[in-house]
Design a protein around this ligand. Structure first.
Ligand code: PXL
Length: 280
């Protein structure tokens, strides 16, 4: 069996465990070759640090993509996340157009914000562009904040509760053409996980695990990376979301027990073995 290959289009934040510093180890542990196309290099992520550096990689991205094309590289999946500029929307759209084969899975994590607020470096035009980019995806993985931005409604006006989450994933499915995994969706106070709309079956399904009562930065990136890896290995959407939710729960429990600062993300490295152990 050849090792599957994923093009991962995210920022590289040197400290804080998110985006590429999550996607590369997670996908590697799952037996997948992760080829990073960095959107920006930051000293830390932007959630909870002041004075972070930000090197925009916009000009480099099409040059790297053209080199990959000249090498005739093929990818089983294209997986995008945090973008560094408005211009990168079109660059990632072109990348998908160039590299999408008959069996290529396109996962767009529409990273834009959390807890009802847009991230510091995102402009309204970037958020509008992200919605446009997400139209190319087979699967999107918004949190509730990003779902509101994609739907163009205020966060406070999102439909509430389990039925609300069902309505959200259905509305985000583009009439059933796109799968949606809404993260941070909860069906009971002591549970959390995701609400999934599977475009293959047309079904909506909740995937839940025990809630760890603490928030950590970067859990959306860990979730989407495990989900992408499991989908590349042929898992169903709900099974892939279940594997991702279970891994996050284990990481959150371990991190909460150590009382690490939220901005340092989840202490996932010692738990990567949980991902390698799954028979593929
Ligand atoms: O986890 C999402 C994310 C990714 N990359 C950068 C971020 C954030 C969220 O704050 O700042 C640079």
């Amino acid at each position: 069996m050849t090792t599957p290959r994923v093009a991962a289009i995210h920022d590289l934040s040197g400290f804080g465990r998110c985006s590429l510093t999550v996607a590369i180890p997670v996908l590697s542990a799952m037996g997948i070759q992760c080829c990073p196309l960095p959107t920006a290099f930051l000293s830390t992520h932007t959630g909870g640090f002041e004075g972070f550096t930000f090197l925009d990689m916009t000009d480099e991205m099409p040059r790297a993509a053209a080199h990959w094309k000249s090498l005739d590289l093929r990818f089983q999946a294209v997986y995008s996340g945090f973008l560094g500029s408005e211009r990168q929307i079109g660059i990632v759209e072109n990348f998908i157009r160039e590299f999408r084969g008959a069996d290529t899975l396109v996962v767009v994590d529409p990273v834009m914000g959390d807890h009802g607020a847009v991230y510091q470096t995102y402009t309204p035009a970037m958020c509008a562009g992200m919605a446009q980019l997400a139209r190319q995806a087979d699967v999107i993985t918004p949190n509730l904040t990003e779902a509101a931005l994609l739907l163009g409604i205020p966060y406070e006006e999102l439909p509430a509760g389990q039925d609300g989450c069902r309505a959200i994933v259905e509305r985000l499915s583009l009439d059933g053409r796109r799968s949606v995994v809404l993260t941070g969706a909860s069906t009971a106070p002591d549970l959390t996980g995701a609400m999934c709309f599977d475009a293959r079956s047309g079904r909506v399904q909740a995937v839940q695990t025990h809630r760890v009562d603490r928030e950590f930065h970067g859990t959306g990136d860990v979730f989407a990376s495990v989900l992408t890896g499991a989908l590349v290995h042929g898992r169903s959407l709900a099974d892939a979301a279940g594997e991702a939710a279970e891994f996050i729960r284990a990481c959150a429990e371990r991190t909460a027990a150590q009382d690490l600062p939220m901005r340092e993300g989840v202490d996932f490295e010692p738990l990567l073995g949980l991902l390698t152990g799954v028979p593929r």
